[in-house]
Design a protein around this ligand. Structure first.
Ligand SMILES: [Zn+2]
Length: 427
């Protein structure tokens, strides 16, 4: 599925370039020779409850009318069928020896969709033919993220250069793009688009202290993009059909992202305290009702990403962090903000994040299942028919032994995995 958009390179005002659009879904065509299946005796999740219905799978798509020819009948024996889960924030899908095991762990956990917001372009180009296939996970990539001079994630690059695993060439123009002014955006935008990203990633860090942090070397790595540049970046991204995801640290960042018109916010404010891993002022992390109202009105997705801060450290601080998360999540939930689940944990496939959210006692099992199996996949691939089990949707689903609305742990008791009409085996 290709989408086409026209955009103009600023500074070359008469030149109009045909941009081929995001690569999302580009090589995800189901096998044309895949057998036609009939799935009997399943209880299928319709977004609210489980109902007994027979689904057929034809050309990788769910249908309810019986196709002229059925090659194989599968008895689901009363199993509970849900859409596969998503991991809306992880940097771990990249080229390397660990990739096969990582893909296996994702599929094992029922996590079929992954969003990688910031990754080295050279670590992704070798993934062609290994992800975004019916038998593998589907991944969307932002490539390098946009930040301010000396902003996050510059320290990640410095650390890897010191270790000898990366070179200086992996910094500016690869893992990140520093924008000091609009002229920088003019110069760098076309190079960014040349990677054919699925979405744009940008960083806000303590935007309420933009000036002070810009002038103080102590804050290298703890700075982000100028909010005015975020607004312009978002405008240009939307003009070529790319959604924008923004990293936030504080409630002010959250508000600033909403004002810029972004599509997705990554992290809950306070996910790692301040630069000293402390919570000196809880109020700077507390969202207000107007923030939740506006996020809901604008249809902005909030990717939870609790981090592990509330689990580690001293118990008093962890307790404060949990209090902040409960406050923010309850507010977002009560106002109907779309929530997606993403761990941002390199060793994780997102399953632990879902269970940490459960442990916070904010959500019902139904709310969490919807977030994980419906809203997260859609947040990762907003242009695909996924996250729902109905005619015309991709034939991707998990069959569980027990009802996950009774016990959320059942989400991990997976007896069958089907992706785009292909029965995955090996478990
Ligand atoms: Zn991240």
């Amino acid at each position: 599925m290709h989408r086409f958009a026209l955009y103009t390179i600023t500074g070359l005002s008469s030149l109009v370039v045909l941009y081929p659009g995001p690569v999302e879904g580009e090589f995800q065509t189901p096998h044309p020779a895949a057998p036609v299946y009939e799935f009997q005796n399943g209880r299928w999740f319709d977004g609210t409850r489980f109902t007994e219905v027979t689904f057929y799978v034809e050309y990788g798509t769910l249908v309810t009318h019986r196709p002229a020819q059925v090659d194989s009948v599968v008895d689901l024996a009363g199993g509970w069928v849900v859409p596969p889960y998503g991991e809306a924030h992880n940097h771990n899908v990249e080229d390397g020896p660990a990739l096969p095991d990582l893909i296996h762990r994702y599929l094992e956990g029922g996590v079929f969709y992954v969003k990688n917001p910031n990754v080295l372009p050279r670590a992704v180009h070798a993934l062609r033919g290994r992800v975004n296939l019916p038998e593998s996970i589907d991944v969307s990539f932002a490539f390098g993220g946009f930040t301010g001079p000396g902003g996050h994630p510059i320290s990640v690059v410095q650390r890897n250069v010191e270790r000898g695993t990366w070179s200086d060439a992996d910094g500016e123009g690869a893992f990140y793009y520093e924008l000091a002014d609009e002229g920088d955006l003019d110069r760098k935008w076309a190079g960014f688009l040349a990677n054919r990203p699925d979405f744009v990633k940008a960083y806000l860090l303590y935007s309420e202290e933009l000036e002070a942090r810009a002038q103080n070397d102590a804050f290298v790595g703890w700075r982000g993009l100028d909010p005015n540049l975020l607004r312009e970046l978002t405008r240009r991204a939307h003009a070529v059909g790319l959604p924008v995801s923004v990293h936030v640290e504080t409630a002010h960042d959250f508000r600033t992202a909403l004002e810029a018109g972004v599509d997705e916010i990554n992290h809950l404010p306070g996910f790692r305290g301040n630069e000293e891993n402390r919570f000196p002022d809880i109020e700077s992390f507390h969202l207000e009702e107007r923030d939740a109202v506006r996020a809901a009105e604008q249809g902005v997705v909030v990717v939870t990403t609790l981090g592990d801060f509330h689990l580690l450290g001293d118990e008093a601080t962890a307790k404060r962090a949990r209090g902040v998360f409960r406050h923010n999540l309850s507010l977002l939930r009560d106002h109907g903000v779309i929530l997606a689940i993403g761990s941002d944990g390199y060793g994780s496939v997102g399953v632990d994040e879902a269970f940490q959210l459960l442990d916070l006692d904010v959500f019902s099992n139904l709310e969490l299942l919807r977030a994980w199996a419906e809203d997260t996949p859609r947040a990762i691939f907003p242009f695909r028919r996924i996250g729902h089990l109905a005619p015309g949707y991709e034939a991707s689903f998990l069959v569980l032994d027990r009802n996950p609305l009774d016990d959320f742990r059942a989400t991990q008791e997976i007896r069958l995995r089907v992706k785009q009409g292909v029965i995955l085996d090996g478990w």
